[in-house]
Design a protein around this ligand. Structure first.
Ligand code: WTA
Length: 657
C-alpha cells in the first residue's frame, strides 16, 4: 500500500463501537480534554506514573532541560531494570507465577518444546547469568553484544546485563556478518553472546559462522559465549569462545548478584536503527524514563492484568521486542508467550494454534503478519478457537483498513479493542494509540488514534500546524520519558536528525494527517527509510551492500509498494564496464546482499541500467525512480542532469514487469 493509496481510502468518518465496549468508550472530545490536562501538568503527570515503580533512591528533579535536546528524566533517582522486572515479582506472590511460556519452532505432530519459566526460575537464571558475566571482569558501563535467536537466553542475558549496569546492544539474528560487525565496532562491545544456530522454517541458521566472519572485521570483542540451541557442529576458537553450558556448570545454583543501583539517566541499552544516510544510528535509551514509559503503556495500551496471557509476535532483536517482550511485560509481572520461529511454520495456522494452546488474551502483532494470514485464508483461523483473545494491537507500519477489518472480524470477533500503535525505536515506547486500559475512544479501521496521556504530538509543515485532513510531518512537541539520551558517539547527529527541522520539537520522519476528531493517521516514512515487512532498513544501507559486489559500479535503491510486505526494495545498478548483465548475475547479486546484509534485504527486482537519474550535483533522485516504478507523475525534473536516464529506468522497468 503506497502513501497515496492509504491517504485516499482513509475511513476517517467511520466509527466503530462494539456493543461489548459501549460503556467503556468515550467521545474523542472528552479524551482530548483529559489529554490536555496531562500536557498542562506534564511533569506532575509523569511523576505520578514514575512513583508507581520501585526506586532505590527517589529522584530530585523530574526533568532536567538545561541542555536541550539532551533531556534527562528523574535526575538523582536510582533504580535497576532487572530488579524491577524480576526481583520485585520474585519477592511477591508472583514468585510461582509463570513469566515466560516459550515455544520452540520444531514441530512433529505438535510442538516439540514448550518451556515455562516462573518468576522464581527467571530470578535464578538471571542471577546465575549475571554472576557469569561478572566473572569476565565486566563492570558497570561496559558494553556487550547479544546476537541470539528467540530463545529464553535472550531476555535472560538482557536482564543479567541490566542487573550489572552493563550496556547491551542486541543485534537482530536476521542480520548478517557485515551488519553485526558494524554495530559491534560502533558500540565497542567487549563480549558477544551468540548461539550455535537458530531455527527458522525448519532450517538451521548458522549464527556462529556469521559471528566468526563478523569478528574478522572487529577488534573490540575479546570473548564469545555460545548457547547450545540446534546442536550444530561449530568452530570454537580457543581462548575466545566458550559454551554457555560449560561455563554455567561452574556457577553455583543459588548465585545471587546484588542489582546495581544505576542512575535514572544511565543508559540501559544501545539499539541500532536505520536512518537516511550513513551507518545505522545507535539509539541510546536511559533507565528511569524508559521504564516509566513502559509502565504507562503496558497499563494504558495493553490493559494488562494478572490473569492475562500476553503475546507479542515481534523479534526481540527489534525495539518492539525490547520494550514489549522483555522490559514492559516483565516489569508488570505478566505471563507471556515467546515463540521462536515463523508464525506460519509448519502450517499457516501455527500462530492460531499458539493462541489456542496457551489461551492468549492479548495479541500484539504486525500488519505484514495479518496480510500474510489474509492471503493464506480464513479457514486456518476458523479451525481453532480464538475466543480467549480480548485485545489486539498492531505495530510497525500503517495497517490498511481491509486488513484491519478482516482481522477484527476473524480474531477480534467484532468485539475486542483493536488498535495500531505508533512509535519508533527512538521513542522507546508507544506514543499514539488507542488506550483500552484507560479511556477508550471509538475505533476506526487503520487509524493510530490519539496521543497517549502525557504525550504531545502534532502534524506540521514548514509554516506550522497543518489543518485537519491535510498531510504534514509528524512531530512530538514535548520531551517524554523514554526518549533517547543521544545517538551513541554522535550527539551532533542526534540534534541534526531529530531536532533541527522543527526547532523545539522531535521530528519523527513520518507523514501523517490528523482528522476532524483529532485522530492521527500515520501514512509512512517521509525519508529514504524503507519498511520491509515492518523492518526498518535504509536505502543507503542496501546501496552500500550492493556496491561492495565486484561487478557493480553504482546502485540506487527505492521502496515500492507490496501487497503483503507493505513495501519491498527495488534496485537499479550500473555494472562495471565489461560485465555482462544476465539472470545468473542477478541471482548472484541477490545472494551476495543476503549473505552480507541479511535475509531481510528482499529485492523485488534488480534492474541493470547504464545511467541513474541524478541532480547536477550528483545526488541520485530516488523520487524520480520511485515515480517511474509506481507509474505516477515524475514531477519537477529541472535539476536533473540527464533526462535520458529517466527513459532508461522506464525501459528497465517495463522489461521486467
Ligand atoms: C512506522 C517500530 C504506521 C513508522 C516500533 C515509524 C508505523 C517506523 C506504526 C519506526 C503504526 C511504526 N502505523 N506506521 N502503528 N508503527 N510505524 O524504529 O514509519 O522499527 O517511523 O519502530 O515504523 O520503525 P521502528
Amino acid at each position: 500500500m503506497s502513501n497515496q493509496e492509504s491517504e485516499l481510502n482513509l475511513p476517517v468518518k467511520e466509527k466503530i463501537v462494539p456493543e461489548s465496549l459501549k460503556t467503556k468508550t468515550i467521545d474523542p472530545k472528552d479524551y482530548l480534554t483529559f489529554h490536555k490536562l496531562t500536557l498542562d501538568n506534564n511533569l506532575e503527570f509523569w511523576e505520578s506514573i514514575a512513583k508507581e515503580l520501585e526506586w532505590f533512591k527517589p529522584w530530585e528533579r523530574t526533568l532536567d532541560s538545561s541542555n536541550p535536546p539532551f533531556y534527562k528524566w528523574f535526575v538523582g533517582g536510582e533504580l535497576n531494570a532487572s530488579y524491577l522486572a524480576v526481583d520485585r515479582h520474585f519477592r511477591s506472590w508472583r514468585r510461582n507465577k509463570v513469566a515466560l511460556i516459550w515455544e520452540g519452532e520444531p514441530w512433529d505432530s505438535s510442538p516439540r518444546e514448550v518451556r515455562k519459566l516462573t518468576y522464581l526460575d527467571l530470578f535464578r537464571e538471571v542471577n546465575k547469568t549475571a554472576y557469569l558475566l561478572k566473572s569476565y571482569g565486566l563492570k558497570r558501563g561496559d558494553k556487550i553484544g547479544i546476537y541470539l535467536p528467540m530463545i529464553p537466553e535472550l531476555p535472560i542475558f538482557m536482564l543479567a546485563a541490566a542487573r550489572l549496569g552493563l550496556i547491551f546492544s542486541v543485534v537482530f539474528s536476521g542480520f548478517s556478518a557485515q551488519a553485526l560487525a558494524d554495530r559491534m565496532n560502533d558500540a565497542g562491545a567487549k563480549l558477544l553472546i551468540t548461539a550455535d544456530g537458530g531455527w527458522r522454517r525448519g532450517k538451521v541458521v548458522q549464527l556462529k559462522e556469521i559471528v566468526d566472519k563478523a569478528l574478522e572485521m572487529n577488534k573490540s570483542i575479546k570473548d564469545v559465549i555460545v548457547v547450545r540451541r540446534t546442536g550444530s557442529e561449530v568452530r570454537m576458537e580457543k581462548g575466545r569462545d566458550s559454551f554457555l553450558h560449560d561455563l554455567m556448570s561452574q556457577v553455583p545454583n543459588n548465585a545471587y548478584v546484588e542489582p546495581e543501583r544505576v542512575k535514572s539517566e544511565d543508559p540501559l541499552y544501545i539499539l541500532y536503527t536505520s536512518g537516511t544516510t550513513g551507518k545505522p544510528k545507535g539509539i541510546v535509551h536511559d533507565t528511569g524514563g524508559y521504564m516509566t514509559l513502559l509502565h504507562l503503556t503496558m497499563r494504558q495500551v495493553f490493559d494488562l492484568r494478572d490473569e492475562d496471557v500476553y503475546w507479542c509476535t515481534a523479534d526481540v532483536g527489534w525495539v518492539t521486542g525490547h520494550s514489549y517482550i522483555v522490559f514492559g511485560p516483565l516489569l508488570e509481572g505478566a505471563t507471556e508467550v515467546m515463540y521462536e520461529g515463523a508464525l506460519d511454520y509448519p502450517e499457516p495456522d501455527r500462530w492460531v494454534s499458539i493462541i489456542e494452546r496457551h489461551q492468549v488474551s492479548i495479541l500484539y502483532t504486525s500488519p505484514t503478519a495479518i496480510r500474510t494470514f489474509m492471503r493464506q485464508g480464513e479457514r486456518w483461523i476458523t479451525k481453532h478457537d480464538v475466543s480467549s483473545i480480548r485485545l489486539i494491537h498492531s505495530v510497525g507500519e500503517p495497517i490498511n483498513p481491509e486488513a484491519w477489518r478482516w482481522f477484527f472480524k476473524l480474531v477480534g470477533r467484532e468485539q475486542v479493542p483493536f488498535g495500531s500503535t505508533w512509535w519508533m525505536t527512538e521513542t522507546g515506547g508507544i506514543m499514539i494509540s488507542h488506550t483500552p486500559g484507560g479511556y477508550l475512544v471509538p475505533m476506526k479501521p487503520g487509524t493510530n488514534a490519539l496521543p497517549l496521556p502525557g504525550i504531545g504530538a502534532e502534524v506540521v509543515n514548514e509554516e506550522g500546524k497543518v489543518k485537519s485532513g491535510e498531510k504534514g510531518y509528524l512531530v512530538l512537541t514535548k520531551p517524554w520519558p523514554g526518549m533517547p539520551l543521544t545517538i551513541y558517539g554522535d550527539p551532533d547527529r542526534y540534534v541534526k536528525v531529530y531536532w533541527e527541522k522543527f526547532p523545539g520539537a522531535f521530528y519523527a520522519g513520518d507523514y501523517a494527517i490528523k482528522d476532524q476528531d483529532g485522530y492521527f493517521w500515520i501514512l509512512g516514512r517521509a525519508d529514504e527509510v524503507l519498511k520491509i515487512a515492518g523492518h526498518r532498513i535504509g536505502t543507503y544501507e542496501l546501496e552500500s551492500a550492493l556496491i561492495q559486489h565486484p561487478s557493480i559500479a553504482e546502485a540506487a535503491v527505492v521502496g515500492v509498494p507490496d501487497q503483503v510486505r507493505g513495501e519491498v526494495a527495488e534496485a537499479f545498478v550500473i555494472l562495471r564496464s565489461g560485465v555482462e548483465p544476465n539472470q545468473g548475475l542477478k541471482d548472484e547479486i541477490n545472494r551476495f546482499v543476503r549473505d552480507n546484509f541479511g535475509p531481510i534485504a528482499v529485492f523485488k527486482d534488480i534492474h541493470f541500467v547504464s545511467k541513474l537519474p541524478k541532480t547536477r550535483s550528483g545526488k541520485i533522485m530516488r523520487r524520480v525512480i520511485r515515480a517511474v516504478a509506481s507509474n505516477s507523475p515524475i514531477g519537477d525534473v529541472t535539476t536533473l542532469e540527464d533526462e535520458a536516464s529517466v527513459d532508461e529506468i522506464r525501459n528497465a522497468y517495463k522489461e521486467f514487469m
